[in-house]
Design a binder for this molecule. Structure first.
Ligand code: PMP
Length: 408
């Protein structure tokens, strides 16, 4: 796979920013979109746009076929058993909130346990805090090793017969670690708990097979994997989704409506109240086609190689702190440069046309665990290459010169 050639398919990456060619290293926040996705969305609006499921007319059928076709595409991509297990949502956050509000509020009672890790994104933390408050369940955390990894012994010690839900991110958006989801799932199941996976950072970069992982729920967002914003997916095992109540009520999700009571459609539509994100689903399907044409294994390999190169090159910068394990990580690097505030680092880099993220990355508890208030983060995707890492290193050396006094 040739990252430079692939980059040509991304119109936004062809521009100069602040007088320099854009080096986009904020992919963990959102990825850029290739021409194929932009065209698929605009073709949909130019040729097929209509509301789905209700229209008898031709455009209504085209839109419905496009939307339901996208569901089939997603199901195949993640290895789901059936399209009934694929719920379209606004993103990972909405998907996780749906599991918390529907499944967990019913399943948890006083003294039951919900197991998380301290590295979770706020989207996989706060919904469970809300469940705990509403039901009297208790949150328990699998402790982290000093490099941010988790040990299976600690998973074994944290999950008990009182555990009803285990919810863990597959890949950390800060530490770059890949968590042992399959093993954690096996332990959760041994104790009768369901396993929820935050797949926001794994789905764009690794080959994912939900049936091989055997997780019960899996959430991800289209916008981090070359798709549009506003579309995401909740995968759930059919027998669990079947017994769950919808959390949004209104058009599209009903079967029969009376003045005092109503019934719901079957799966997956009972969870998709209102006009769905039709163009988003079409764009997501096009993004999946694009990624699979390159090959998820090739993308994974490319990013791991780039991450190792970046880790090596960044380690040579005096005064830099790199967070997370030294190996076995995905293509993102979180760092601090001496005492320079990460916002200042990002501002100097931006003047060089280099986009990195600075802040708490929606992981405030993890920042406290790292004993920092914020960090900078460079995150790579299939269109980044070693030249981008070299530009980042040069930019950081300039930043160091600029703030020389703050770096020991
Ligand atoms: N979990 C993780 C690990 C993430 O990185 C993100 C996005 N930063 C989310 C959840 C939330 O995704 P979204 O904002 O698309 O709902």
């Amino acid at each position: 796979m040739n990252a430079r050639e692939l980059r040509e398919q991304f119109p936004i990456l062809q521009q100069q920013v602040n007088g320099h060619p854009l080096v986009y290293l904020d992919n963990a926040a959102t990825s850029q979109k290739p021409r194929a996705v932009l065209d698929a969305v605009s073709r949909y609006y130019e040729f097929s746009n209509s509301n789905v499921h209700r229209g008898v007319h031709t455009l209504g059928s085209r839109a419905t076929d496009a939307y339901e076709g996208a569901r089939e595409r997603v199901a195949r991509f993640i290895g789901a058993g059936s399209t009934q297990e694929i719920i379209f949502t606004r993103g990972t956050t909405t998907a996780l909130n749906l599991v918390a509000a529907s499944y967990a509020r019913e399943a948890c009672g006083e003294g039951d346990e919900i197991v998380l890790t301290p590295m979770e994104h706020h989207s996989n933390l706060i919904p469970w805090q809300q469940v705990a408050k509403a039901t009297g369940a208790v949150l328990r955390y699998i402790p982290l090793q000093s490099d941010g990894t988790i040990r299976i012994e600690d998973v074994e010690a944290t999950i008990t017969d009182r555990t009803k839900v285990v919810s863990v991110m597959y890949v950390s958006n800060v530490l770059g670690v890949i968590n042992p989801i399959k093993e954690i799932t096996e332990i959760a199941h041994r104790h009768g708990a369901v396993m929820v996976v935050d797949g926001a950072q794994s789905t764009p970069h690794l080959k994912v097979d939900v049936r091989e992982l055997d997780c019960d729920f899996y959430a991800f967002s289209g916008h981090k994997m070359c798709g549009p914003t506003g579309i995401g997916v909740l995968y759930g095992k059919k027998h669990l989704l079947e017994r769950m109540e919808p959390v949004e009520f209104g058009g599209e999700m009903i079967d029969h409506v009376d003045l005092y009571d109503s019934t719901w459609k079957e799966l997956p539509w009972k969870f998709e109240g209102g006009t769905p994100i039709i163009a988003g689903a079409v764009g997501l399907a096009a993004a999946i086609d694009f990624l699979e044409e390159i090959g998820m294994d090739a993308i994974d390999q490319h990013e791991k190689t780039l991450a190792a190169y970046a880790f090596d090159r960044l380690s040579t910068i005096e005064g830099i702190s790199l967070y997370g394990p030294t190996s076995g990580r995905v293509g993102l690097i979180t760092f601090n440069l001496g005492d320079v505030h990460p916002h200042d680092v990002a501002t100097v880099l931006d003047a060089e046309g280099i986009a990195v993220r600075a802040g708490h990355h929606c992981c405030q508890p993890l920042m406290r665990w790292l004993e920092v208030t914020a960090t900078a983060r460079a995150s790579f995707y299939l269109y980044n290459d070693e030249a981008d890492v070299d530009a980042l290193v040069d930019g950081l050396l300039k930043t160091k010169e600029f703030f020389g006094h703050a770096i020991g």
